[in-house]
Write a new protein. Structure first.
Length: 682
């Protein structure tokens, strides 16, 4: 019997009555049904707010990052189960890899962002603090904190797992419980993934709820602390954006909409160049991966008019070799559209496009490979040609969300830019060029209209992730038709789910609020050197004012000999006298080394390693005869809950270093990052 999909609401699985039938894209057979029961979205939101939110905030950024890493591992361990379900969506193994392993990879990436870039606790200090008075008794800074609301994620049909996880990862990391609503057509794959997530027991209860079917009155119940993110068509995004309750309560709304992305072949890339072949491969790949059902797929291929025939002929020949059918059959390179409804939609839109464009290949019925595929949702790779794209609106307004692309010729680069802009904003554009000056000229113009810009040449080809591949560390989104929103982008996405506030007060108060030392705050000075304290015992603001050291002629000579740095400002008195400083100065890195000699505690102790400097500035020159003194202060502690190979726990400590001269003037300023051992286990 066909499986009845269930929603996961209020900590239980809901749904037994069969509703809408969902069919295999490969053979038309029933795969599952949505459930017919109505969801109580008041219950769902109450559960998220009263159970999910408190549970999430019992954890800190570091602990939530660890949970994401563990969840990625679980999904990878069960990926074959997900691949088996994914086949019903029409996806090939390669298509499924993008969705399934791309999804778990995104979880891992956000686990890394959180572990490496976020503090312990649930507050991010966006420093540095800024003095607001002459004596630094009053200062200001910015903090980011969890919003205290619920994230509602409305996803598209084309990536049932990646679409869920690329939104869930940053919102979970930010401490926001999520209610996820996948597109019904492929929700059976999302439900399979969520079942694995729930069964793992890794997430705190209430962190994730799943909606199978419609959203009912969910959006009517949201408040200004909540967030809505949407992926799908530009038309649907436009309707949701003006939902009365979202407008009334200023609910943040982030849209990532399908767009008419383009690829431009530069004039110097003739048929005898490797870049010409790269362009052909990129367009063909974007037409056939996921059967062209990608919000980032190339819909408009913009080429020099003199190369139009060569591009058309080469693409036609390449697409003719694509075997379409059941991905389970060896040799099949392109599967089906996700549903029969999608098949009808693509056919209708191709018919509209053909009113202003001629057919190069495809368009006709395809005979797919495999048993029962005559009942599947297959569509042939279809290449169109619009000879007068500047005079034809349809090719810049109508998107066939399938294996469809339109060739457009241009006469000069200004016209190519105009054609790219006619898409009214897209997620991504590719420029294929051999000439760095062409890229330098065009990319700044294109940046106003596209969320991501992919420059492709022979040098980048070996490692290029491709036109249509959003990456966790880079923005995914775009202006205008693409929705005007942002997803992914590393910590940028996490900050979307946090609330920013400006904070003003004394440095001591700012330090207390941020959990991070702020210069000017009260210091803690004890008889114990801070480097002698274990991670747990070390206090924020614990500080050491060092003894002094006077810089002599021998210091410059010796440091030059050791480092090989014989820059004239350190050794040529006559040239230095003519400089703005008027005399020789000490090496900046000598100042750092001298400061380390002043504050380092040399005997073995809890400080295990120094692995970097941040925010280094040489503020004033240091002259021969100047006397240096350093202040070392514990600025920030991050507990990553890690142990070394011997089971010794350790944390990360950032130390604020101020190096001053005999007049009390700051000459160097920086943060040192160290690994510090925890107390031995009892």
């Amino acid at each position: 019997m066909t499986t009845c999909l269930q929603s996961y609401i209020g900590g239980r699985w809901l749904g037994q009555q069969r509703g809408t039938t969902l069919r295999s894209a490969i053979n038309g057979r029933e795969v599952a049904t949505a459930h017919a029961e109505t969801i109580d979205f008041g219950e769902a939101l109450h559960h998220a707010r009263t159970v999910g939110l408190p549970n999430l905030l019992k954890l800190d950024f570091q602990q939530r990052a660890s949970a994401l890493r563990a969840l990625a591992k679980v999904l990878n361990e069960h990926k074959e189960l997900l691949y088996a379900v994914s086949a019903h969506t029409g996806a090939t193994r390669a298509d499924g890899w993008i969705d399934i392993e791309g999804g778990s990879g995104t979880l891992s990436a956000y686990a890394g962002f959180g572990a490496n870039e976020l503090p312990s606790g649930n507050l991010v200090h966006e420093g540095p603090a800024m003095p607001l008075g002459k004596t630094n008794r009053f200062a200001g800074s910015h903090i980011l904190v969890p919003r205290g609301g619920v994230a509602v994620h409305i996803n598209a049909f084309n990536f049932p797992i990646w679409g869920l996880l690329e939104k869930f990862a940053p919102s979970f990391l930010a401490g926001m419980p999520c209610i996820a609503k996948p597109a019904t057509a492929t929700s059976y794959l999302t439900e399979a993934a969520v079942r694995l997530i729930v069964q793992s027991g890794i997430l705190p209860e209430g962190a994730l709820q799943l909606v199978i079917g419609g959203t009912g009155d969910l959006l009517d119940r949201l408040t200004g602390q909540d967030v809505v993110t949407f992926t799908g068509s530009a038309d649907t995004a436009a309707k949701l954006r003006v939902h009365p309750n979202l407008v009334r309560n200023s609910v943040p709304f982030n849209a990532e909409a399908d767009s008419l992305n383009c690829a431009i072949l530069a004039p110097e890339c003739g048929p005898d160049t490797p870049e010409f072949e790269l362009f052909i491969k990129e367009v063909a790949r974007e037409m056939t991966v996921k059967a062209g059902q990608k919000c980032t797929a190339i819909r408009r291929a913009i080429v020099p008019r003199g190369q139009l025939d060569a591009v058309a002929a080469t693409l036609r020949a390449r697409l003719a070799k694509v075997v379409v059918g059941d991905p389970a059959v060896d040799g099949v390179r392109m599967g089906a559209l996700a549903s029969h409804a999608q098949l009808a939609d693509v056919a209708e839109r191709v018919a509209l496009l053909r009113q202003g464009a001629e057919l190069v290949c495809g368009g006709e019925a395809v005979v797919p490979v495999g048993e029962g595929t005559e009942h599947g949702a297959f569509f042939a790779p279809t290449l169109l040609l619009c000879q007068r794209p500047m005079d034809t609106d349809a090719v810049h307004n109508i998107e066939a969300f399938g294996p469809v692309s339109t060739l457009m010729p241009y006469d000069d680069l200004d016209e190519a830019m105009a054609l790219a802009a006619r898409g009214k904003g897209s997620l991504v554009a590719t420029l294929v060029t051999r000439d760095a000056q062409v890229a330098a000229r065009l990319i700044p113009q294109m940046a106003a209209w596209h969320g991501r810009l992919h420059i492709l040449d022979a040098e980048a080809a070996a490692e290029s992730t491709g036109h249509g591949s959003p990456l966790p560390m880079l923005q995914h989104g775009g202006p205008g038709r693409a929705g005007g929103g942002e997803e992914l982008g590393g910590l940028r996405a996490v900050k979307h789910y946090l609330q920013r506030a400006a904070v003003q007060g004394s440095p001591t108060m700012l330090a207390a609020v941020t959990g991070e030392h702020v210069r000017g705050a009260r210091l803690i000075e004890t008889e114990v050197h801070p480097f002698r304290r274990h991670f747990e015992d070390l206090q924020i603001g614990e500080s050491l004012l060092t003894h002094r050291r006077t810089v002599g002629e021998a210091d410059l000579i010796n440091f030059g000999g050791i480092s090989g740095d014989y820059f004239y400002m350190h050794f040529d008195a006559e040239a230095a006298q003519a400089s703005p400083f008027g005399q020789r100065i000490a090496h900046g890195y000598f100042v750092l080394s001298a400061a380390a000699g002043l504050f380092v505690s040399p005997a073995p102790g809890p400080v295990l390693a120094n692995y970097g400097l941040d925010t280094l500035r040489f503020v004033k020159p240091v002259f021969i005869g100047d006397t240096l003194q350093a202040r070392l202060t514990c600025k920030r502690k991050i507990d990553r809950h890690k142990k070394d190979a011997n089971g010794q726990g350790q944390g990360v400590v950032a130390w604020d270093v101020e190096v001053s001269n005999q007049r009390g003037e700051l000459v160097a300023s920086y943060d040192i990052l160290t690994l510090v051992a925890k107390l031995p286990a009892a």
